[in-house]
Design a protein. Structure first.
Length: 234
């Protein structure tokens, strides 16, 4: 099986476990396009995984300058094969503040995260919001899409065995190309399911607003999923 095949299988898996992901990606691209300076915005995809957002963005805005950041060696292996060479793929650990030193430079028009930051604890996510805002040029924005339930809402989490999620990773571990990356992934993250933390949107607005941005707001909501956005003053 090629890495392109694995990318297709990952997309099908995400459609099952994150059914709102496609709409979220399209809405983020709409936001970038609406504020693009011409057709060449500089965009940072944080926790970009296999590169779905990057590839869709380039279909819409072929001249965009795009950088993807992730740590997961499995996701990075697939992204490196499936994305065009114009995309800068950076391996960095968002859990550590020094991740920004691995970027080629700052001055992004948009810094985006789609369903990627819920594994970070509250203190680190607050710090990360400030770091992301610091990478945005004047007039640009930071946007995060994730499950941000209202009070009392329940967020479903991925299962831990005997299902398509587990089967995907078991088959990836047996693949001659992805297998070594799965082993490295276990070393980095451990074998246990990752912790997930889903505070309400109001928490994200407070945390995001503590950084060098203004006008933090919820720009849309779809069930428990929401997008928070804040702009860097001109």
């Amino acid at each position: 099986m090629t890495l392109a095949d694995w990318n297709d299988r990952w997309e099908r898996l995400m459609a099952r476990y994150q059914p709102g992901r496609e709409r979220a990606i399209e809405r983020m691209i709409d936001l970038v396009a609406s504020r693009a300076d011409g057709a060449t915005p500089r965009v940072l995809d944080v926790g970009g995984g296999t590169g779905t957002l990057c590839s869709r963005l380039l279909e819409r805005l072929p001249g965009a300058e795009v950088t993807l950041v992730d740590l997961d060696p499995v996701m990075l292996a697939i992204a490196g094969e499936s994305l065009p060479s114009s995309v800068e793929v950076v391996r960095a650990d968002l859990r550590n503040p020094d991740w920004v030193t691995r970027l080629p430079d700052g001055g992004y028009d948009a810094v985006l995260a789609v369903m990627a930051l819920h594994y970070l604890p509250p203190g680190r996510l607050t710090e990360l919001y400030a770091e992301l805002a610091g990478l945005v040029r004047a007039g640009g924005f930071v946007a995060n899409v994730d499950d941000m339930p209202d009070a009392g809402a329940v967020v479903s989490t991925s299962d831990d065995g005997g299902t398509p999620w587990s089967a995907w990773w078991e088959q990836a571990a047996a693949d001659p190309v992805l297998g070594p990356a799965v082993v490295e992934r276990a070393r980095l993250f451990g074998d246990a399911p990752s912790a997930e933390w889903h505070p309400p949107a109001a928490w994200h607005l407070r945390a995001l607003g503590a950084g060098p941005v203004e006008e933090p707001a919820v720009v849309w909501r779809d069930g428990v999923q929401a997008a928070v956005v804040a702009f860097r003053p001109r």
